[in-house]
Structures are given as structure tokens and as C-alpha cells.
Design a binder for this molecule. Structure first.
Ligand code: DAT
Length: 175
């Protein structure tokens, strides 16, 4: 029998920039009728910034204001959240966390096409090599809800979508 739940399903899709989070997240949202939120877009639209990072030439996210802004939406549930980090979010927000992983050379090419400068390219590829985001996810969420997904090719993307949809159907049947 389905058990009571306080809210609808929330999914986090995380991983190094360029691993394919927004491609997968937007397509997933279409297929399973959840709201897709790119945290970077929310921050930009609402100007949730606190200063400017001269080294990376980008605004610094105001994490507290972001959490306050998103909390009511997350409490309602029904969200797919996309962000390249995961230790800033309250653990209670998410029912499942997917960490996308991409081969270093493929990631390098994707980020180079995006026009990243040498430092940004190097730092992001290092981040992937050291599986920084995977460790962050494992450190912040229960191990059984953290899933690593390889996302190198269009075939991987389709496989990942199918795996996630199966998991969502199972979750919906039991909650
Ligand atoms: P992210 O949101 O993690 O920064 P993205 O979705 O913008 O990444 O994808 C980065 C680039 O890689 C973009 O040009 C689309 C491409 N891409 C994403 N997933 C892919 C996949 N599974 N196979 C091939 N290319 C992919």
C-alpha cells in the first residue's frame, strides 16, 4: 500500500559543469511532468548574489537567500533541481540525487566549445578527475539515494533517462 508522504518527489541532478545536467534535466521534466529548475538561472533571474569573484569573473551566489527563495517550492515537491554543487542544499529537500559523470577528454571538448578560459577548463576537468561532486553528494546525502550515472554519449543520455523514469515510477507507486 502507498504510504503517506509530506510532499511530492524532488530530484537533484548534480555534477561538474558540462556533464549534461541541463540537457538531461529539461528532457526528464518533459517526460515525467515535473518542474525543472536550473539553480544558476534562478539566481540570475532573482539576482541572488553576494559580491563578485574576480578570479572566476562571476557573481558569488548568496546561498542563504537562494535557500529561502526555493524552500516553499521544494516543500511542495515535484521538482528537478540542476546545480553543479550540492552541499549548500538542505538534505531534507531531496528524495534522490543523480551525479552525472563524463570522461575527462569528452568533458574538456564540451567545455572548450562553451568558450571556457584555460583556468576554468583546467579547474573543471580536475573537479571531474577527483570526483569532487560525487564525494560531496555522498557526504551530504544517504548513500542509498545517491546514484552515479555515466553521461558520455547520446546513448548514455537515453539510458539515463530510462533508468531515472523507472525509478520515479517505482517511487510514485510506493509513496
Ligand atoms: P551542464 O548542464 O551539466 O553544464 P549541458 O547539459 O549544458 O551540461 O551539456 C553540455 C554539452 O554537452 C552540451 O553541448 C550538450 C552536450 N551533452 C550533454 N549530454 C550529452 C550526452 N549524453 N552525449 C553527448 N553530448 C551531450
Amino acid at each position: 500500500m502507498a504510504s503517506e508522504t509530506a510532499r511530492g518527489l524532488n530530484i537533484l541532478i548534480t555534477g561538474t559543469p558540462g556533464t549534461g545536467k541541463s540537457t538531461l534535466g529539461a528532457e526528464l521534466a518533459q517526460r515525467i511532468n515535473l518542474r525543472y529548475m536550473d539553480v544558476g538561472d534562478v539566481a540570475r533571474d532573482e539576482q541572488l548574489y553576494d559580491g563578485y569573484d574576480e578570479e572566476y569573473k562571476c557573481p558569488v551566489l548568496d546561498e542563504d537567500r537562494l535557500i529561502d527563495e526555493l524552500d516553499p517550492v521544494m516543500i511542495d515537491g515535484g521538482n528537478i533541481v540542476d546545480y553543479h554543487s550540492c552541499d549548500l542544499f538542505p538534505e531534507r529537500w531531496f528524495d534522490i540525487v543523480f551525479v552525472l559523470r563524463t570522461d575527462n577528454t569528452i568533458l574538456y571538448d564540451r567545455l572548450e566549445k562553451r568558450g571556457y578560459n584555460a583556468k576554468k577548463l583546467h579547474d573543471n576537468v580536475q573537479c571531474e578527475i577527483f570526483q569532487t561532486i560525487l564525494e560531496e553528494a555522498r557526504g551530504g546525502y544517504k548513500h542509498e539515494i545517491v546514484h552515479e550515472l555515466t553521461n558520455n554519449t547520446p546513448e548514455d543520455l537515453e539510458d539515463n533517462l530510462e533508468k531515472i523514469i523507472q525509478w520515479v515510477q517505482q517511487w510514485r507507486a510506493t509513496h
